[in-house]
Design a protein around this ligand. Structure first.
Ligand code: MRU
Length: 358
């Protein structure tokens, strides 16, 4: 891996360092901050983006909020941690990994309080929790890569949408991890990357990340995908997810649903690769997932150039929902579920028992 998307630098007090993904692919620069407000804004502006990476960054953000003067008289570290969780939770609404990580941080703070720890000890525990979230995500990515690579044959061509690689996680990625593992195993895999309108995560991030990793990548605009499927060029689709409902409906970057329909129409398997932390068992079906709507300017003048008349009405949902019936399999670090449905999702989550659900 060539970039470390999210990192904690120093000991305590320390800083969070992020690859500024708004600057890619023109420049690979890092931003460093010890200010939770700056971090929250970075999540909102997509300096750091991708469901698992947002969760990791937010967990470190809680540490930023509490690390100063933890043992000073009158300082309520747990109260400050909870305030920071509420603040960071307001950054983006759809990726459930954000809320999963923040709930885990808040629970850890509560546990430390019950154990009558000092302020400094609570800060230290929160730092350890954030690091654990990060390390577990990296391990989950590797495991998903190993399990997902089983669906890739030598010479296969994969289509992917948005960016679900190292830039979207604390490790080697979700949907791109099987491709990296296949390469490690000596297989040759080609990738078609959808440009991913309007913010071009496919063009700016996936094409950059895969080319840097020595993967054969071809960029297409979103509207070209049907043509490429029709030409018989795609053997499998691999995408990530921002939230998966209890019935297996998958919410991911806008445009994913269209790709799933194309895959079904052309008899191509559609794989979703996501960690257990991306499932939201409280949400019965995809229709109940909150979908972020972003600014009209992202559509009318993305990256500076005006491409629509001033004042035109714009609808800009950032995510869509692919019904479970279009999903061939969901690959997680806890195993693969084929033809997902509520029973299989509930069984998987019961088996997985991530620390957050204990
Ligand atoms: O708006 P973004 O760039 O945060 O959206 C990211 C995606 O939709 C990814 O496909 C998803 O988070 C899966 S990433 C491992």
């Amino acid at each position: 891996m060539t970039v470390e998307t999210v990192a904690w630098t120093g000991l305590l007090p320390g800083k969070v360092r992020l690859v500024d993904q708004t600057r890619l692919p023109l420049a690979c620069v890092y931003v460093e901050t010890d200010d939770v407000a700056v971090l929250c804004d970075a999540i909102r502006r997509l300096v750091v983006r991708g469901a698992p990476a947002i969760g990791v960054a937010a967990a470190y953000g809680v540490v930023l909020a509490v690390q100063a003067h933890a043992d000073a008289p009158g300082v309520d570290v747990v109260g400050r941690a909870k305030e920071a969780c509420a603040f960071l939770a307001s950054s983006r609404p759809t990726a459930v990994n954000l809320f999963w990580a923040l709930e885990r941080m808040a629970r850890r703070a509560e546990r430390e309080l019950l154990a009558r720890r000092s302020g400094a000890e609570i800060v230290s525990a929160l730092h350890a929790e954030a690091r654990a979230i990060h390390a577990e995500d990296a391990a989950a990515c590797r495991r998903m890569g190993e399990l997902g690579a089983a669906f890739l044959k030598d010479g296969a061509t994969v289509l992917t949408h948005c960016n679900s690689g190292a830039l979207a996680t604390g490790g080697m990625g979700t949907a791109l991890a099987p491709i990296y593992v296949a390469k490690e195993r000596g297989l040759s895999v080609r990738v078609f990357a959808d440009e991913t309108r309007p913010l071009l995560q496919g063009a700016r991030l996936t094409a950059w990340e895969l080319a840097n990793a020595g993967i054969d990548v071809t960029l297409i605009t979103d509207g070209m995908a049907a043509r490429v499927f029709g030409e018989g060029k795609i053997d499998a689709v691999f995408v990530g997810a921002d939230r998966i409902a209890r019935n297996g409906d998958v919410c991911n970057k806008i445009g994913t649903y269209g790709v799933a329909i194309l895959a079904r129409e052309h008899g191509v398997p559609f794989y979703v690769v996501a960690p257990v932390s991306t499932f939201d068992a409280k949400i019965a079906h995809g229709g109940a997932i909150p979908i972020e709507e972003r600014a009209a300017e992202e559509v009318t003048q993305g990256f500076g150039a005006r491409t629509a008349p001033p004042g035109v009405r714009v609808y800009n949902p950032a995510f869509d929902v692919t019904p479970a019936r279009l999903v061939t399999a969901i690959v997680t670090e806890a195993g693969v579920i084929t033809a997902p449905d509520e029973q299989k999702v509930v069984e998987l989550l019961a088996r997985a028992h991530p620390p957050s659900r204990s």
